[in-house]
Structure formats: structure tokens, C-alpha cells
Design a protein around this ligand. Structure first.
Ligand code: IPE
Ligand code: IPE
Ligand code: MG
Length: 252
């Protein structure tokens, strides 16, 4: 990784105040296919361009006070795409992990993956494990990559594990509450996202972090993911810092 990206914040930005910005930003990286189509290129060309944007965004986080960054890379529904696109994406993920492993490890980024690994090929899972292990002592930006992730699938898997604990006497059904269930989710070590960004103009969440985003702030922006920059992330964090989050309460 290279120098810090160029983000110029206004002096008045509330982001410059301690705790003013989003501590956890989650991004639905959408629009790679349209970006490629607009250039008369195959969809995979867009995915490669999209993967290249991740580094700059990760590097921007410390300067913006973003401690946790979660990126949606492949959903449980994306298997419905053509075999060529899916295979190309899987190969891209393998290549991305191998290529970025060293840089992420030495730049104090801690990487985690969420999603169901059962359907992913063994070679990819091995690389994911290796990246997690090689960065587990890092305490800089916590980068979580959602790969074969679906919010409903995650809740179903969590419920299955919770039910096993009840059946085997480790958990009393009376004790199941809003604090218990998230301990079974893939994200159990992460705070809830403060800000969820979706690129490409679609105003939907497509099964991303359903439980965790109950009180997130949302930004649906027109930019296609391969055009997204650290500067735009800075503007969105700044806008977030000016919002009033009430969590159902009324300010007195
Ligand atoms: C997001 O870009 C990447 C993945 C879902 C893997 P898309 O591939 O969905 O791009 P569009 O939405 O078709 O433009
Ligand atoms: C959501 O994008 C998944 C990722 C960005 C990885 P999609 O392009 O798959 O979502 P839909 O199909 O437009 O809802
Ligand atoms: Mg899409």
C-alpha cells in the first residue's frame, strides 16, 4: 500500500471531532457489470476494476476514523449468475487474496471473512484462512469481506447453532434475547455498522447485514463501484457526522 489518499475535509467538519464519524462503514460494492458494459467490455473486466478500488478505500479508513470496514463481495444469490461470471469471480478472489496478503498484513489491517464457506472451493477457503491468520495480530483497520454472504442465510445458520445449544442443554430458551442471537452471527465480534453505502444507484440492501443494520444510516449513491474513491467516502462520512441518530428516542 502506498501513500494516504487525498481527502480534504472542511475545517468545520464534525468528522474532525472525536467519535463524530462512522466507526463502522459497510459497503455494497455494486455496479461493476454496468461499468464494464458502458465500455463495451465483459462483466469480469468490471469486477477486476472494482477489486482495484478496494485498496484505496481501505487506506482511507484510519484518516476518517473508520475502525471497521465491511465489504460485500459476493452474495448467496450471486450463484445465479452464469458459470463464466461465477468462476471468474472466484478466481479473482483467489488472486486478490494472494496479491494483497503481504500488504494487508504489514499495514496493520486485520482481515476477517463472513458468509458460508461450505459452498466455496477448498483452495479459496485455504487462502481465506491464511489471510485471517496472517493478520490476526493486527489492530489497525478491521476489514471484513462478505463472501458467499446472505443475511437470511446467516440468521438461519445462527439459529441452527443456537437450537443445538438449547437441545444439548447449554442454553436456556428463557435466556434467548436480543443480546443472545447476535453472538451466533458471523459478525459476533464486530460492532453494528453505523453507515451502509450502496453504489450504483440501486436503493435496496440485497440481503446484506439484515440484523446488524437495523439502526444504520444509509447512503445510496449513483457512482458505480469501479469509480468510487476515497474522496467520496470522505464526503459520505462527513455527511454521516451531520446526521441526527435518535435510535427511537426524543432529544430533551
Ligand atoms: C457487484 O457488481 C459485484 C457483485 C455482485 C459480485 P455487479 O456485478 O452486480 O454489477 P451490476 O449491478 O450488474 O452493474
Ligand atoms: C449485491 O449486489 C451483492 C454484492 C454487491 C456483492 P447484486 O448486484 O447482486 O444485487 P441485486 O441483484 O441488484 O439485488
Ligand atoms: Mg449488481
Amino acid at each position: 500500500m502506498s501513500k494516504s489518499p487525498d481527502i480534504t475535509l472542511q475545517e468545520s467538519s464534525p468528522l474532525l471531532q472525536e467519535g463524530g464519524g462512522p466507526g463502522h462503514v459497510a459497503i455494497i460494492m455494486d455496479g461493476n457489470g454496468r461499468w464494464a458494459q458502458a465500455r463495451g467490455r465483459p462483466r469480469l473486466f468490471g469486477h477486476h476494476a472494482g477489486a482495484k478500488r478496494v485498496r484505496e478505500v481501505v487506506e482511507a479508513c484510519p484518516g476518517l476514523g473508520v475502525k471497521y470496514l465491511t465489504m460485500f463481495a459476493f452474495s448467496t444469490e450471486n450463484w445465479k449468475r452464469t458459470q463464466t461470471e461465477v468462476a471468474g469471480l472466484m478466481s479473482l478472489f483467489r488472486r486478490y487474496i494472494s496479491k494483497e496478503m503481504k500488504a494487508l498484513a504489514t499495514r496493520n489491517v486485520r482481515v476477517r471473512f463472513i458468509g458460508d464457506r461450505m459452498r466455496l472451493d477448498a483452495k479459496l477457503v485455504k487462502l481465506m484462512d491464511k489471510l485471517e491468520v496472517s493478520t490476526e495480530c493486527n489492530d489497525g483497520t478491521h476489514l471484513t469481506i462478505a463472501l458467499n454472504y446472505g443475511g437470511r442465510d446467516e440468521v438461519a445458520r445462527a439459529t441452527k447453532r443456537l437450537a443445538c445449544d438449547v437441545a444439548e442443554g447449554r442454553l436456556n430458551p428463557e435466556d434467548v434475547d436480543e443480546e443472545t442471537l447476535p453472538r451466533y452471527l458471523d459478525t459476533h465480534v464486530l460492532p453494528d455498522p453505523d453507515l451502509v453505502i450502496r453504489t450504483s444507484g440501486e436503493a435496496r440492501i440485497s440481503n446484506f447485514l439484515l440484523w446488524q443494520s437495523a439502526y444504520a444510516e444509509y447512503e445510496f449513491i449513483e457512482t458505480l463501484w469501479p469509480d468510487f474513491t476515497a474522496k467520496e467516502l470522505g464526503s459520505l462520512c462527513d455527511r454521516y457526522a451531520r446526521r441526527d441518530r435518535r435510535f427511537g428516542a426524543v432529544k430533551t
